[in-house]
Design a binder for this molecule. Structure first.
Ligand code: AGP
Length: 612
């Protein structure tokens, strides 16, 4: 996810661009840049790192002009660097482009453009867009027409801001699956482009929300809108009723809630261009051959915290589909356990930040013993992505809240796809079973959306337990893995002490802590074993516990034993963990809100634990 801004008006562009980018840094902050039409030529300034680095660069030499675009980057194609920072200038120096999204067919287009004589300075898919527009500018009268031609060639998602030295005073915007907003301030004769409302709310509350497939042209004469075929459309402006400070969270009270709500899109984007109906799973640039996979003696999954909990699910998925033994270990233990690993070990490591010290140490140890390392991480160019032999990126977008949510569900999506990929290479599972799993994976964004729409129901459940001092999470098999993640979510942001137990393990001691009124959260989405979990529910209820269950399946035996039963959307028990965690995230969130906790920055915690 990146942040885009654009300005066309009577005033200077730069002040709006820099202020707008500062309001959008939450969307990505590994580099930033601006391009301004300054007396005829395009002046483009870019800097790696946070926006302040760009501001320092501009403090000595600020371009003047009334047309400009800006971008703050969250890297997808090409690591964070000045060369990969946006905006990108077309080969002929005639246009500048800022982009948010992923162009799936950029490699094909890049080779076509190189054959047409275009040179490239970056690794990005965005530079391909810039050169493609320049390619069409040779034959098209207007920038709008050239952009329309170029967009027709693109596969993937984009929000674009484009300026041309041949059309000073005007900007073109385009949107497909990545947000783009037009702001208008007719009184000042100013028009704006932005990825999100926060960037322009200090200038105007009158905005147009662009739809997928729409383009716009803004200039001092106003805002015009077009379809992808170039047909003019009338759009209704909206008046935004946000206050400026709430905008950075997209109107949500906290980043955590925003990121919980982003999960359908995040899971969709993580599966995009990797999972297609009827086709093998495809990870660009990664190939685990049959010979290598047959050579493996075992797989280790090593991570910390929430990422470790994702690994527990990944272990189950890979073992079931491939028959390869998988161990899932906490990185801080693994690194001092003298693991018996070697060249026939694959180490899969999971990390949202890619900077967790214990995880990085585990990778170093594994590599020193000859193991191959595959990283699943959410940050392009992170230390982990550079230490690992292979990298699978989750496309969750920046995760700001300390409590990890969308990173977890996208890690699960990546692990499920990896398990299917291994099975397809090894032919270790029936094709029809793999196709069914892929079909279930496809339905995940919609299933998550269904749960998010039951937010009020979950909020009510959270209020029931928000005053508690202790409670327990129980579950069996994959439900136990989810219970551990649900328990961590609740305790790390609401400070309510809770622990997760294998439902069958409770009676071996911990049940002594169950008193009348103790809350037990029972996870029972694995319908096939719900009878056993139902027995455990009876055990704790006979000692006075109150039981809230989260389950699925019409024959789920926990439904009738629970004080409250939250119904999950029907999904195959193999992939249901991806949805099962979502109500628990909201449950933890609202418990913390009711307790008045600092949800996004819980005490004693940090977003990335870069020390031992
Ligand atoms: C999860 O909500 C916590 N913030 C924490 O457990 C986190 O998952 C852990 O520190 C690992 O971080 P990483 O994924 O960036 O490596």
């Amino acid at each position: 996810m990146c942040g885009i801004v654009g300005y066309a008006g009577k005033g200077e562009a730069l002040p709006f661009l820099l202020d707008g980018l500062s309001k959008l840094e939450y969307r990505g902050y590994d580099s930033a840049g601006i391009a301004v039409l300054d007396g005829g030529g395009i002046v483009c300034k870019k800097a790696k790192g946070r926006l302040d680095n760009l501001k320092n660069l501009l403090s000595e030499d600020a371009p003047k002009g009334s047309t400009g675009i800006g971008h703050t980057r969250w890297a997808t194609h090409g690591e964070p660097s000045e060369a990969n920072a946006h905006p990108h200038i077309g080969g002929g120096g005639r246009i500048a482009v800022a982009h948010n999204g992923i162009i799936e067919n950029y490699a094909y287009l890049k080779s076509f453009l190189m054959r047409e004589g275009f040179a490239f300075k970056s690794e990005t898919d965005t530079e391909v867009i810039a050169n493609l527009i320049e390619y069409y500018l040779k034959e098209q009268e207007s920038l709008l027409d050239a952009v329309l031609k170029a967009l027709a060639c693109l596969e993937g998602s984009y929000a674009l801001a484009v300026l041309s030295r041949d059309e000073p005073g005007a900007l073109i915007g385009a949107r497909k699956e990545s947000p783009l907003i037009v702001g208008i301030n007719q009184g000042q004769g100013e028009y704006y482009l932005a990825s999100d409302v926060p960037a322009l709310i200090s200038r105007t509350k009158d905005v147009y929300f662009m739809e997928d497939g729409e383009l716009c042209r803004i200039s001092q004469n106003g805002a015009e809108f077009f379809t992808s075929s170039g047909k003019a459309v009338e759009k209704k402006p909206h008046t935004v009723d946000w206050e400026a400070e709430s905008g950075e969270k997209g109107g949500y009270a906290h980043f955590m809630l925003k990121e919980i709500m982003e999960q359908p899109r995040a899971v969709h984007d993580t599966m995009r261009s990797r999972l297609y109906p009827g086709k093998p799973v495809f990870f660009e640039g990664i190939e685990f051959g049959e010979e290598y996979l047959n050579y493996l003696r075992e797989i280790y999954i090593v991570a910390c915290g929430t990422a470790f909990h994702a690994g527990l699910v990944g272990k189950s998925a890979i073992e079931r589909l491939t028959g390869i033994p998988v161990s899932c270990e906490i990185a801080s233990e693994f690194r001092y356990a003298e693991p018996l690993i070697g060249g026939n070990t694959l180490l899969i490591t999971l990390s949202q930040s890619g900077e967790t010290a214990d995880t990085l140490a585990a990778v170093k140890l594994a590599k020193s013993k000859g193991a191959k390392v595959l990283a699943v991480t959410n940050v392009v160019g992170s230390t982990l992505s550079r230490e690992a032999d292979e990298v699978i990126y989750t496309w969750a977008g920046p995760e700001i809240a300390v409590a990890s949510t969308k990173a977890y569900t996208t890690q699960l999506a990546a692990l499920y796809m990896l398990a299917v990929h291994f099975a397809e290479v090894l032919d270790s599972a029936p094709a029809e079973e793999l196709e069914k799993i892929k079909s279930e994976l496809f339905s995940l964004p919609e299933a998550i959306e269904t749960i998010l729409q039951k937010e009020e129901e979950i909020k009510t459940l959270a209020r029931l337990i928000s005053g508690e001092g202790h409670l327990f999470f129980i579950g069996r098999n994959l439900d136990y893995a989810i219970a551990q993640e649900g328990s961590l979510k609740l305790k790390e942001i609401s400070y309510i002490h809770c622990e997760a137990y294998g439902a069958g393990e409770l009676k071996h001691g911990t049940i002594a802590l169950i008193e009348p009124g103790t809350y037990v959260i029972a996870l029972c989405a694995q319908e096939w074993i719900s009878g056993k979990t139902a027995s455990n529910i009876k055990e704790v209820k006979s000692r006075g516990a109150k039981v809230i269950s989260f389950g699925s399946g019409e024959n789920n035996l926990c439904r009738g034993e629970s004080d409250y039963y939250f119904e999950l959307p029907p999904l195959d028990s193999f992939v249901v963990p991806v949805t099962e965690i979502v109500p628990l995230q909201l449950f933890a969130y609202y418990a913390a809100v009711f307790k008045g906790c600092d949800v996004d920055k819980p005490r004693n915690l940090a977003k990335s634990v870069t020390v031992e």
